[in-house]
Write a protein that binds this ligand. Structure first.
Ligand SMILES: [Zn+2]
Length: 287
């Protein structure tokens, strides 16, 4: 069983502490309280590739209470971002060195931070909002509206036909990279319906028997990736060139070679921390 990236943080989120000012103050004053070091929103690693934690004592400003590790409270700073909505390519090199646990902890801190930066005003009345729930929400002092960090569901899927799976290439991918097709779930749609719609829109492929495989939080900025496999009715591809540069059907041998970083592989696999990699790993193993 492969572990999907950005999962396995292992912290007790201790939700009951978030609205309890007295307990939260105890957590902040705790001798073992730790604060995650961030470079803007990017992770900061020590010489061994681990996240850097500093003593919490004496810090001020707003924080996100990430949870408890054993008894030790862990916090992340709430950072004012200089550039919003930036893509993640610069961080991918660091992520490839990080443990699954560290990536999961940092991913949550990144997602919540970006949400705060984009939601400084009340969506109901337009007034500036304030941090509450120990960083897991914002509240409007004018109308009392409460706002919570959003998670956007995205389906990511392999269509399978005659022992091969459909892979596509988005224009912004690094050279040679192909991956599973993906798209946002829209209001009024089930996961199965979103999978079928995206495959039809992007590649003209009709599918049936959509099966859920696994999920992963993706912190750029806050998606929940829902990985599925479906059966394609045919292998005739009709590309939407606004979405994809190219698509092709990959065999198990092709996928195994790509996952093994074989230079003769017909494509470059997505990075190990992406759920597309886990999905391809499972499929190529016959799962
Ligand atoms: Zn308001």
């Amino acid at each position: 069983m492969t572990i999907t990236g950005f999962t396995g943080a292992g912290l007790d989120r201790a939700d009951h502490v978030r609205l309890d000012a007295e307990r939260l103050a105890e957590m902040m004053a705790h001798g073992e309280a730790r604060l995650l070091r961030l470079a803007e929103l990017d992770p900061v690693l020590d010489g061994e590739g681990r996240l850097v934690w500093e003593p919490f004592a004496g810090t001020d400003g707003d924080h996100i209470f990430l949870g408890l590790d054993g008894g030790a409270p862990h916090f992340a700073p709430l950072v004012r971002m200089q550039t919003l909505g930036q893509r993640a390519w610069s961080v991918f090199r660091l992520l490839s060195m990080m443990s699954d646990r560290d990536a999961a902890i940092w991913g949550a801190a990144r997602s919540v931070n970006e949400w705060h930066n984009l939601h400084g005003y009340c969506g109901i009345c337009g007034s500036p909002t304030l941090v509450f729930r120990a960083g897991w929400g914002r509240k409007c002092p004018n109308c009392g509206g409460e706002h919570f960090p959003r998670v956007d569901p995205v389906v990511i899927m392999l269509a399978e036909h005659d022992g091969r799976v459909l892979l596509g290439r988005q224009p912004q991918y690094p050279e040679g990279r192909y991956s599973a097709l993906a798209g946002f779930v829209e209001p009024g749609e089930s996961i199965e319906e979103a999978v079928a719609r995206e495959l039809m829109e992007e590649a003209g492929i009709a599918v049936r028997d959509v099966r859920y495989v696994a999920s992963q939080p993706w912190p750029f900025p806050g998606q929940l990736m829902i990985a599925c496999i479906a059966r394609a009715e045919s292998d005739a591809i009709s590309l939407d060139r606004n979405e994809l540069d190219d698509a092709f059907w990959a065999s198990r041998e092709d996928v195994r070679a790509a996952l093994a970083c074989d230079p003769a592989a017909p494509f470059q696999a997505p990075p190990p921390f992406a759920i597309a990699n886990s999905l391809l790993t499972r499929w190529s193993a016959g799962d």
